[in-house]
Design a protein around this ligand. Structure first.
Ligand code: NAD
Length: 300
């Protein structure tokens, strides 16, 4: 019989700890002559979720002693104009990190815009050079969400070596890089990884063999209690807004995991909100600080 008490992987607690470390590092960096890390965020259009994400990133810059610049553009700007703006930021020595909030409007290729970011300023870790270096295990900017999840597992000293990790979702920004990080020879890592996606057959049979499930699907409460082995570790990346007439706003956020029914079964679980989302910001901020330090080495 399974007796271990379930523990919440608390994004508020862990992100507060990491933010203190970053603040300390920024202070030390400035004391030694470094300049404030400076993040430039690009927002196209006025998608409410994107506005909220970018707003939070800018707010975190202030909190951590970074400079930030928010560039907002109408949703009908051209791809070539957006790329020229990215190039302008690439050539601006006062900017250390550039992030382009996704998704972009349909007429703009996200790949082309991301490819235009200088790899040295790619603090979201989405550029092909960053992803290629990650694949090869070379030092680079890790994609912010997978990086944040690794920081969370590290904080709780969860030894994932030899575990079966089932990742649901194969996006370039979460699922795919997560498979690389969880399988590489590091701790956290060293897991045996299965990647599942929309064409996977018998998903439940696979998830029932998982010691860790990382769900990045974008479907509210998709991972249900009957899909989870007792004692499993659950990392819920999903952020889905569902109707909730009991809330003043008429809606609330839920993850890809049916938290209420899955939590009693598992050993560790991330809540939504206050879980992975906060860790993503930590990943981004750590990358921005790293970019500032690397720029100083390059520019002098
Ligand atoms: P995406 O929307 O690009 O892709 C979803 C993935 O889920 C696809 O790879 C698809 O194959 C898979 N999928 C869809 N239906 C499936 C099914 N029935 N069975 C198995 N797999 C299925 O994914 P994304 O951009 O990685 O986002 C996933 C979720 O994570 C979204 O809710 C998003 O809002 C959220 N997200 C959260 C953070 C965070 O910081 N917490 C960061 C990024 C994304």
């Amino acid at each position: 019989m399974y007796l271990r008490v379930m523990q919440i992987l608390d994004g508020v607690l862990v992100s507060a700890h990491i933010k203190e470390q970053i603040k300390h590092e920024v202070n030390e960096w400035q004391t030694n002559g470094g300049k404030k890390p400076h993040l430039a965020a690009i927002l196209v259009g006025n998608n409410p979720a994107s506005e909220a994400y970018v707003g939070s990133k800018v707010k975190h810059c202030e909190e951590l002693g970074f400079d930030s610049t928010l560039l907002r553009f109408e949703k009908d700007i051209t791809e070539s104009f957006l790329i020229s703006e990215v190039e302008r930021l690439n050539n601006d020595d006062t900017i250390d990190g550039i992030l382009v909030q996704l998704p972009l409007p349909g007429h703009i290729s996200g790949d082309s815009v991301i490819n235009a970011i200088s790899p040295g300023k790619d603090v979201d870790g989405f550029h092909p050079i960053s992803l290629g270096k990650m694949l090869l295990g070379q030092p680079t900017f890790l994609p912010a969400t997978p990086y944040g999840i690794m920081l969370m597992l590290e904080y709780y000293k969860i030894d994932t070596a030899g575990m079966h990790c089932v990742i649901i979702g194969r996006s370039n920004i979460v699922g795919t890089p997560m498979t690389i990080l969880m399988s590489r020879a590091s701790n956290p890592g060293n897991a045996t990884v299965t990647m599942c996606h929309s064409k996977t057959k018998n998903l439940k049979e696979i998830t029932l063999t998982a010691d860790i499930i990382i769900a990045a699907i974008g479907r509210p409460k998709y991972v249900t209690a009957d899909m989870v082995k007792p004692g499993a570790i659950i990392i819920d990346v999903g952020i889905n807004r569902i109707d909730d007439p009991t809330k003043k706003s008429g809606s609330r956020l839920v993850g890809d995991v049916d938290f209420d029914n899955v939590a009693p079964l598992c050993s560790y679980i991330t809540p939504v909100p206050k879980g992975v989302g906060l860790m993503t910001i930590c990943g981004l901020m750590k990358n921005t600080l790293l970019a500032a330090k690397q720029a100083k080495e390059l520019i002098g």
